[in-house]
Design a protein around this ligand. Structure first.
Ligand SMILES: [Zn+2]
Ligand SMILES: [Zn+2]
Length: 211
């Protein structure tokens, strides 16, 4: 199934908030709502795009602070997160919100499990891959030769593993087993920074040279 992915760079940490949908379809998934998601919502409304679910690659504050802005316009939509990152949504220390915006943020609404394997949300078929290391419940979203990798891997870099629940060995294993094993022309859409490809990262990412 063809998937069209739109990248919106928003917030003080220049997060990538993504809108994914089937070309020509009005139903969309929003991935990692960052600070400033109001602008993404407005863009969607103006384009007659209906956000039907929020999917989180992980539970860090900079990827969840926009949940209220999205749900304000699209109330009641489900929020999907891997069970191992659920605690991040309710704990401002774990999610780091106090550090990032100077005040605690929690999402107290209902959460749906983002379960590894084949999923269909908002009519979009994709595969969820559990890639722990940056956080315990980090996930990559794979569809149509494209992979939303969260902060497991960014172009020319890899995710931090020194934050709460991080694990450097797990992170490297996740990258090796689940990201570098994808076809070389797979497009990678990271949580921060520009897109890349598996082949480009395998050849050029200095953090992966020794793998
Ligand atoms: Zn993070
Ligand atoms: Zn981040």
């Amino acid at each position: 199934m063809l998937i069209e992915i739109q990248r919106h760079v928003i917030g003080p940490l220049e997060n990538n908030t993504y809108v994914a949908r089937r070309p020509g379809d009005n139903a969309a998934i929003l991935i990692d709502p960052a600070i400033g998601s109001e602008a993404v919502v407005e863009h969607c409304v103006n384009a007659d795009i209906s956000i039907e679910a929020i999917v989180l690659t992980h539970g860090h504050a900079d990827h969840i602070l926009g949940i209220p802005a999205v749900m304000h316009r699209f109330p009641g939509i489900p929020v999907y997160v891997h069970p191992a990152d659920r605690p991040f949504l309710s704990d401002p220390v774990l999610n780091g919100s106090s550090m990032i915006i100077g005040q605690p943020f929690t999402h107290t609404g209902e959460l749906q499990d983002l379960t590894p394997g084949a999923q269909t949300i908002a009519g979009i078929d994709f595969t969820v891959v559990h890639v722990p290391g940056h956080t315990p419940g980090g996930c990559a979203i794979l569809a149509d030769g494209q992979c939303l990798v969260g902060e497991t891997l960014c172009a020319g870099s890899i995710g931090r593993s020194d934050l709460a629940g991080g694990d450097g060995v797990q992170l490297i294993n996740s990258i090796r087993e689940h990201i570098l094993s994808l076809p070389a022309d797979t497009v990678l859409w990271p949580g921060h920074g520009p897109d890349s490809t598996v082949g480009h990262e395998a050849a050029n990412n200095p953090f992966l040279n020794w793998l």
